[in-house]
Design a protein around this ligand. Structure first.
Ligand code: AMP
Length: 428
């Protein structure tokens, strides 16, 4: 038997309904903040990620799926979404449009990760980018849209961790500070961090190895070394968040794994998730487009890890999304069998989702199936009903049975608490 590659997953029904429901909320929320969808290729020239994410990052260093195509060009399956958005911005001259552009994306990313729970080699991210605005207000709006998204899913216990990563000039100075502090303690660091100390010292600060954390605890925070411009920027973002009542904590150790970030960086952490606690990461990237050869266009964005998000989805949202969203229409006898599809098509056109019993199950077997598969409403169509142009509707949740005329089914469905529960659950 051929098996799927390690680190990939099959997304099966009914779980796929959770993904659809989450993505519908993302489109709705990010759309209402002025966002529009962007879809970029799943593979890009390797150089794009080397130049944007950064040569010395873990992603580029050891996690990319890179391959030559038939003409020998080096291509890479995208490990993240922002680089492609920046490339598309340049290549399609999006700078000619009114700025800023708010763009969201939903799609698969690829990283050659070591196998562990919650880490996949193909995973999905939901991201939002605001390109063309350098104000603290832009960061705050982005965070407000993100916060709203999590609220609509019913999350109550997430933490936003925020930090100032400084401007690139600050960072260069800060790298020297880190080297000076850690060089004498090099032997206490893990092998990866000994390399990082030479290539990208900042990354030592978010290493999860305990001995590295102990050593890093004595390094001064970046914010203490940063210049006034970045400190003021992040302080203004914080003031906006306070005014909006969006809770956050200042985490002075937060650095993030991609080179293009500066000033505001943040993560969203779920206390339930343990070691894979980070659900979302983002920050400001004002030099990214210039580093790719374009003008100095600022941007800020985040990416939510959809796989992890779905693992910790609040129960109420889950239950509503998983409820079988259809009437189960069961024909009993030959005449009903002949009429059933026409009836179903009529209802579907009126907005009633219908799943027709097409295998000829007996009533008893059909009711058992309805129960097993989580249908709330079973509509039975026998000879008597057909003659009267009604169906006998059993509401399994209310354990009641009524006769509903064919033409009254759309209204019946609309008024059903189960049908409106989905809309209800998404209300903040
Ligand atoms: P990053 O692009 O590394 O900032 O990641 C943003 C979010 O994507 C993380 O917080 C995770 O939730 C998710 N993520 C990153 N890598 C993986 C992976 N290998 N498997 C599943 N989710 C991931």
């Amino acid at each position: 038997m051929i098996q799927r590659p390690r680190g990939t997953r099959d997304l099966l029904p009914p779980e796929s309904r959770l993904w659809q429901a989450v993505e519908a909320v993302a489109r709705e929320v990010f759309g209402s903040f002025g966002g529009e969808e962007i879809r970029t290729p799943v593979f890009e020239p390797t150089e794009l990620f080397v130049r944007s994410v950064g040569e010395t990052t873990d992603i580029v260093h050891k996690e990319m799926y890179t391959f030559p195509d038939r003409k020998g060009r080096s291509l890479t399956l995208r490990p993240e979404g922002t680089a492609g958005v920046a490339r598309a911005w340049l290549e399609n001259r999006l700078g000619d449009r009114t700025q800023p552009l708010r763009m969201y994306y939903i799609g698969p990313m690829f990283r050659y990760e070591r196998m562990q729970h919650g880490r996949y080699r193909q995973f999905s991210q939901i991201g939002l980018e605001i390109v063309g605005a350098d104000t603290p207000l832009a960061d705050a709006e982005l965070l407000a849209a993100m916060h709203e998204f999590f609220l609509r899913l019913g999350f109550a216990d997430l933490e936003i961790h925020l930090n100032n990563l400084g401007d690139p000039e600050d960072r260069a100075r800060y790298q020297d500070v880190i080297r000076a502090a850690l060089e004498p303690r090099r032997s206490e660091l893990c092998a990866d961090c000994q390399r990082r100390l030479d290539e990208n010292p900042l990354r030592v600060l978010d290493c999860k190895v305990p001995s590295c954390q102990v050593a890093a605890a004595d390094v001064p925070a970046l914010d203490d070394v940063a210049g006034d411009a970045s400190r003021q920027h992040v302080a203004r973002v914080e003031a906006h968040l306070e005014r909006l009542g969006i809770p956050y904590v200042r985490n002075r150790r937060l650095v993030r794994g991609l080179d293009y970030y500066l000033r505001t960086v943040f993560e969203v952490v779920s206390p339930q998730l343990g070691t894979n606690a980070v659900l979302c990461g983002g920050g400001r990237y004002d030099r990214l487009i210039a580093d790719l050869g374009g003008p100095a266009v600022p941007g800020v964005g985040f990416a939510i890890g959809e796989d992890r998000l779905i693992e910790v989805l609040p129960a109420r949202f889950r239950d509503v999304a998983l409820a079988r969203p259809a009437v189960y229409l069961v024909p009993l006898g030959e005449a009903a069998g002949a009429a059933v599809l026409e009836l179903a098509r009529g209802w579907v056109r009126e907005g009633v989702p219908v799943e027709v019993e097409i295998t000829g199950r007996s009533l008893k077997a059909a009711l058992k199936r309805a129960d097993r598969d989580g249908f709330r409403v079973v509509a039975m169509l026998g000879d008597d009903e057909l003659a009267a142009r009604t169906v006998t509707v059993r509401d399994l949740a209310a354990a009641s049975q009524t006769s509903v005329p064919f033409t009254a089914m759309p209204a019946f469905w609309r008024d059903l608490p189960a049908a409106s529960a989905r809309r209800e659950a998404e209300r903040p």
